[in-house]
Design a protein around this ligand. Sequence first.
Ligand SMILES: NC(=O)c1ccc[n+]([C@@H]2O[C@H](COP(=O)([O-])OP(=O)(O)OC[C@H]3O[C@@H](n4cnc5c(N)ncnc54)[C@H](OP(=O)(O)O)[C@@H]3O)[C@@H](O)[C@H]2O)c1
Length: 349
Amino acid sequence: MKKIEVGILGATGMVGQRFVSLLEHHPWFEIAWLAASERSAGKTYAEACNWRVRDPMPRAVRDFPVHECKPGKAPQLVFSSLDSKVAGEVEKEFARTGHVVVSNSSNHRMDADVPLLIPEVNPDHLTLVRTQRKERGWKGMIITNPNCTTIGLVMSLAPLEKTFGLEKVLMTSMQAVSGAGYPGVPTLDILGNVIPHIAGEEEKVERETLKLLGKLSGGQVKPGDFVVSAHCNRVPVEDGHTESISVALRTKATVEDLIAAWRKFRSRPQELQLPSAPKHPIIVKDEPDRPQPKFDIHAENGMAAVVGRVRPCPVLQFKYTALSHNTIRGAAGAALLNAELMKAEGYLD
Ligand SMILES: NC(=O)c1ccc[n+]([C@@H]2O[C@H](COP(=O)([O-])OP(=O)(O)OC[C@H]3O[C@@H](n4cnc5c(N)ncnc54)[C@H](OP(=O)(O)O)[C@@H]3O)[C@@H](O)[C@H]2O)c1
């Protein structure tokens, strides 16, 4: 199969670098075009980018020119990891001029006609792009993945909602510094410290969770019928967001029932054997002190949600810990899986 050429908007940032790294040996997609701010435009990728991924920068892109974020010469399919200060308008301009924009940025996630997608959770929401194109008169489209904190939470909630129904969800996060982009949180603010505030994050987690677990009906998403409360904290961890979660369910269940629901959870990406799909989307750890970012973020190449410490909760009903890799499953890997689902379902033809 001839590979599909792709572009990356915001290629020099933390998430953009992850895209470059994950796309290096991708069986379906190959990088043909990179773009970032006017500070980087005109330089080569190696000159413009302060490479922070552990694997070396792929040789093939070192001498690629970095372009301004303007449509025209970009391939039809573009991944976006743009700063949210500019993503809103730039992504709309690309979609209007015929590009398929698979975005990480928060700007369009809650637009009623934009799919907010986790392929294992709500693959049917992809059909929203039909309304989007019709109503906006666009030749292209915008598809988004959730916030990096939302994704681990929702992957762990999806089998519980499906099997038992959800009534209440309470989540406290311990979020890695890489979630704040580069250079991110100043060292003197975060070393030996916990910052109990991440601007806008709690609101995003609460809103996005209800859209992701909402039902599609008549071309619209009806938000999930449960309440979510999020506390978000920044901690001195490099990669991986850890979450303490309590839930109240609508039907009776045991700890063993929850574990069984997670362990047997498989969905569309696994059926379609998409290249980036984890074989086991949810991994349940039995050890009493896991998951931990140090040991567990690379499970299934960083694409799984890892859960553990499941036990009764005297306030709600059950409590557990969840972990996911914020720049892979929470960002670039999530968008890549979205694009793979679109390809497999004929949305890129
Ligand atoms: N980090 C995470 O874990 C994570 C997870 C999920 C979603 N996200 C979202 O993904 C996006 C990128 O996050 P990040 O962590 O990669 O941020 P980042 O490291 O700050 O990178 C931002 C990117 O946007 C480009 N940019 C900034 N201002 C621009 C402008 N005026 N015009 C064009 N390009 C501009 C930058 O280019 P220059 O290098 O040229 O400045 C860089 O490539 C954000 O919207 C973020 O909320 C991040």
